[in-house]
Design a protein around this ligand. Structure first.
Ligand SMILES: *Cc1c(COP(=O)(O)O)cnc(C)c1O
Length: 364
């Protein structure tokens, strides 16, 4: 069987229903993978015929350039079981477009958006029994691209591999949503102007791990990144974008740091800016300093803070700490605006609320 660009070779050893059920019951994120994956090689200046086959190790030359010089990018999006039994993905074409922007920044080739979508749809269709059905659960899709030239010279690779695999994801907060505590990092930066902060590349994450360990040593769950130049303006939190909720009488405004080239332009961020308007909130994209954050919490104008991203959807921020100060937000409780946005987004993704923006992509 073949879709136009991907040859399908079903796994000879898919898990039995019982084995699959057992694995899907264990909620650990990112440790369980479905029966299949897609690989599409790029060489001679073009994408070759792809292959959908059993999930398994890749064969790579030790001199493959991604292992040395880090031409490696990835994406993350989710497939959701719908009330009518169909399966839909959330804005996957946005992930395809961002994947290509990341590729361009790392001097890697673009993949046609249709091919990116075709790979996802083919994988979900063959592994549709792996899509969890409960609210808050989904099938997490992980596309990536690595440079595979067996060459130690420093230059853009001429050969690449696109890989796509999937992992069933349980509810991110199995015990219910609970605010996180964040460490505002003054010692480390994630991204500098002119760097790769806007690209979803592997190296950004490698560079963040030490700061994440420091945050944990300080008793925090996550790092908040500041701008590299002034060490003053808030950028984002770990692998999620941040939102700040202001209340002035009846008027609610949600504020998120503007995209300066050093923040990752989240698809959840972008979607929430539109959904906030649907819920009657004003929205602003602007710079916000740590001092302003402190002042606005102290004055009571800022009432809630939350982070957002594909994996955890929306996570309230309850406490923020840094060298020399600590502040509590909304009594370290879940805020009403945070929960309203979370419910609206989850409702849309799970098909219990109308898809008024046309964001859901029907797979099968
Ligand atoms: C992926 C990512 C986000 C969130 O993006 P979504 O498209 O909403 O999942 C935010 N920050 C960083 C650093 C990321 O890698």
């Amino acid at each position: 069987m073949t879709t136009s660009n991907i040859t399908i070779t079903p796994s000879a050893h898919p898990l039995s229903d019982a084995e699959r059920g057992e694995r899907m019951n264990k909620p650990a994120f990112g440790r369980v993978f479905t029966d299949h994956m897609v690989v599409i090689p790029y060489r001679d200046g073009q994408w070759q015929q792809g292959e959908l086959k059993a999930y398994g190790p890749l064969m790579l030359d030790p001199s493959a350039s991604s292992l040395h010089y880090g031409q490696a990018i990835f994406e993350g999006y989710k497939a959701f079981a719908q009330p009518d039994g169909s399966i839909k993905t959330f804005r996957p074409e946005q992930n395809a477009e961002r994947f290509n922007r990341s590729a361009a920044r790392l001097a890697m080739p673009a993949i046609p958006v249709e091919l990116f979508l075709e790979a996802g749809d083919a994988l979900i269709s063959i592994d549709r029994n792996w899509v969890p059905t409960k609210t808050g659960e989904s099938l997490y899709m992980r596309p990536l691209m690595i440079a595979t030239d067996p060459y130690l010279g420093v230059r853009p690779s001429e050969e690449y591999l696109f890989v796509l695999f999937a992992s069933p994801a349980g509810a991110y907060f199995p015990q219910g949503v609970k605010p996180v505590t964040v460490w505002i990092s003054e010692d480390f930066v994630r991204a500098a102007p002119g760097g790769t902060g806007e690209a979803k590349c592997a190296g950004n994450y490698a560079a963040s791990l030490m700061a994440q360990s420091q945050a944990q040593e300080k008793g925090c769950d996550q790092v908040v990144w500041l701008d590299a130049v002034h060490r003053e303006f808030i950028e984002e939190m770990g692998g999620m974008n941040l939102f700040f909720v202001y209340k002035d009488g009846e008027k609610i405004t949600v504020v998120t740091p503007e995209l300066t080239g050093t923040l990752l332009p989240g698809i959840t961020r972008r979607s929430l800016l539109e959904m906030a308007k649907d819920l009657g909130y004003a929205t602003e994209e602007r710079k916000l300093s740590v001092q302003q954050w402190r002042d606005d919490i102290a004055s009571g104008r800022m009432t809630e803070v939350f982070a957002c991203g594909t994996a955890a959807v929306i996570t309230p921020v309850g406490v923020a700490k840094a060298n020399g100060f600590e502040m509590t937000i909304n009594n370290n409780e879940n805020g009403a605006v945070t929960l309203a946005l979370r419910e609206a987004l989850l409702g849309l993704q799970h098909g219990t609320k109308a898809d008024t923006h046309g964001w859901m992509h029907t797979v099968c």
